[in-house]
Design a protein around this ligand. Structure first.
Ligand SMILES: Nc1ncnc2c1ncn2[C@@H]1O[C@H](COP(=O)(O)OS(=O)(=O)O)[C@@H](OP(=O)(O)O)[C@H]1O
Length: 268
């Protein structure tokens, strides 16, 4: 926490949660907004509301995962798996019905590819270790997409957001653009600061482009802070034909999603 603050310091429940989606830039977003002096962010992912083993330990357990903060600061946590959980919306609403929620979403094809890479590199013994993205997503014998592949299913955003909207009003949910966060982080951060009612202190000057990494990094206290090497892969090559097929498959679902959130995103 910021060392210069003199206040009633304690751990507080979050005023805002980044609830998803995985592989869309949740880590970059929380790190960037965490540079704001009126924000304190939880380290790691609490995974409290989606996992019974954590949830039944109670709020005291959850509080221990939260950072120290002052009363005038907003505590933020991110657990991107919340987005897909049936129970998380109800449980979060029960904790705080006026909480703010952020969902960041990337182009669904890019998100699915990133999800595939993540599964391949993180979980040994999974089918991703032995098969390419193409093999898992496209059945060459039937010439059909394998739409039941989990990274594909999890890119159909509209299906999941409906559950959240039964508990929270649209103005409690900010949808950030994961593709735009990569190319214009200051733009996405301005919107997030406005949504949180914060002064716009994270600006263009808060970022520096790292050409080796190919991503923006935070510029704080005269030093550059990039995300860990596991975040931000170079383009994974997937045939343009397959990308095209997937784009066509996702198109109607994207349209449903944009209608629900009442805006379009850069990747539309
Ligand atoms: N500035 C910056 N630096 C690095 N990476 C960035 C940045 N902005 C957005 N991204 C994108 O974030 C993707 C990882 O998303 P998440 O942090 O949501 O992943 S996770 O679900 O928490 O594992 C990651 O996906 P991969 O490229 O597949 O690693 C990036 O595309």
């Amino acid at each position: 926490m910021q060392p210069y603050r003199n206040c009633d310091v304690k751990r507080r429940l979050p005023g805002c949660i980044i609830i998803g989606t995985p592989k869309s830039g949740t880590k970059a977003l929380i790190e960037f907004i965490g540079a704001h002096p009126d924000v304190e962010i939880a380290q790691g992912e609490a995974k409290f509301f989606n996992r019974n083993d954590n949830y039944y330990k109670g709020y005291q357990h959850y509080l221990k995962k939260m950072p120290l903060s002052c009363p005038d600061q907003i505590t933020l946590e991110k657990s991107p798996e919340y987005f897909y959980s049936r129970v998380a919306p109800y449980r979060i609403h029960k904790m705080n019905h006026s909480i703010k929620l952020i969902i960041i979403v990337k182009d669904p094809v890019q998100r699915a590819i990133s999800d595939y890479i993540h599964r391949r590199t993180t979980f040994s013994g999974r089918k991703e270790t032995n098969y390419t993205f193409e093999e898992l997503v496209y059945d060459n014998s039937t010439k059909k997409l394998r739409t039941q592949y989990l990274p594909v299913i999890r890119s159909i955003y509209y299906r999941y957001i409906l559950n959240w909207l039964t508990y929270f009003s649209p103005n409690q949910i900010h949808v950030a653009d994961g593709n735009n966060l990569i190319v214009e982080p200051q733009d996405e951060l301005s919107k997030v600061q406005d949504f949180l009612g914060l002064e716009r202190l994270i600006t263009k000057d808060s970022f520096v482009y790292n050409s080796t990494k190919g991503y923006y990094c935070l510029w704080t206290h005269s030093s550059t802070q990039c995300l860990a090497p596991c975040k931000g892969h170079k383009n994974h090559s997937v045939s343009p034909e397959l990308v095209n097929k997937l784009n066509l498959y996702f198109k109607p679902y994207n349209e449903l999603f944009f209608n629900i959130i009442n805006k379009r995103l850069s990747w539309s």
